[in-house]
Write a protein that binds this ligand. Structure first.
Ligand code: MF3
Ligand code: CO
Length: 289
């Protein structure tokens, strides 16, 4: 169906098409004609949706700041869960993990060789030298955000410290590779290159994802790949970048007891950092960090 210059834009902004997504559509159709894999329109957020997702992300950032202030040796991962739940609810929001596909808690806490999706437990006590990923996701007025950070408990080994630092650099390089009208593969290549240069491997079985109107939307954001390949990244897309970097091999397995927690196959350490990123007309904006 052809949309006219003076019609309302399809994105729901209420603006005239010519003042909104007309130029966008010309570029989009051109790339599509040239064989590029283009995102479905439902993955492109309008200004109102972005504003709502930004609000969700502000709370999500607040949760991670709070965890950073409170986390310490002797604390249980269930104590972290309570911090996350209380702060989120006090700010009029809902922890997205709670009851998500049967996940029993409000946050994922993954320690040492745990790669992701660790379940908080009163019997898991943080001890000196642990490295832990706390992965927080928030629903505010129906809009989703998602980010995670690593925390080091007391003093850890040089090796663990380096892994945590390099994993953070991998995220930074992945995010810096995002350009409007660039490609998904640009991210994976940048992440993988930096991990490899440091002798680490990149987890393949889990990745980033579109986020905002749902917890997990398309596309799947691989943290390996080739620049110039995969889906085109267009303004208005919101997705996570969340590389999981292993000291040893990339292989992981899921704990058969709880069906959630992923661990490194070889027992080596794993570290992960995650942002929620918006692609803009001119670059990117990190919404949740
Ligand atoms: N926050 C995780 C992610 O980054 C998803 C966890 S699903 C849960 O995608 F149920 F474990 F919370
Ligand atoms: Co995520």
């Amino acid at each position: 169906m052809k949309i006219n210059r003076n019609d309302e834009c399809w994105c729901g902004s209420g603006k005239k098409y010519k003042k909104c997504h007309m130029e966008f559509d010309e570029k989009y159709e051109f790339m599509k004609k040239n064989g590029c894999l283009m995102p479905n329109r439902n993955l492109i957020k309008n200004a109102k949706q972005i504003e709502m997702i930004r609000k969700s992300a502000e709370i999500n950032n607040g949760v991670l700041d709070l965890v950073g202030e409170k986390i310490c040796e002797g604390m249980s991962t269930e104590d972290i869960d309570k911090l996350v739940y209380d702060y989120t609810v006090e700010h009029g929001a809902i922890p997205a993990p709670l009851n998500y596909q049967g996940f029993p808690k409000s946050v994922c806490t993954s320690i040492n060789d745990e790669v992701c999706h660790g379940i908080p437990d009163k019997n898991i006590i943080l001890k000196e030298g642990d490295i832990i990923n706390v992965d927080v996701s928030t629903i505010k007025d129906g809009y989703f955000s998602d980010a995670s950070r690593m925390y080091i408990i007391g003093k850890t080994s040089e090796e663990a410290e380096k892994l945590v630092r390099v994993a953070r650099e991998c995220l930074k390089k992945g995010v810096e590779a995002i350009k409007p009208w660039g490609f998904l593969g640009d991210i994976g290549e940048a992440v993988e290159k930096h991990a490899r240069e440091n002798g680490y491997s990149v987890v393949r079985d889990f990745g980033g994802h579109g986020v905002g109107l749902k917890f997990h939307e398309d596309p799947f954001v691989a943290h390996v790949g080739k620049a110039g390949e995969g889906m085109v990244l267009v303004p208005g897309m919101i997705f996570t970048v969340e590389p999981m970097i292993n000291e040893g091999g990339f292989e992981v397995f899921v704990d058969a007891d709880n069906d959630w927690t992923a661990l490194t196959e070889d027992g080596s350490l794993s570290a992960q950092w995650e942002h929620t990123v918006l692609v803009t007309d001119t670059g990117i904006e990190i919404l949740a960090w």
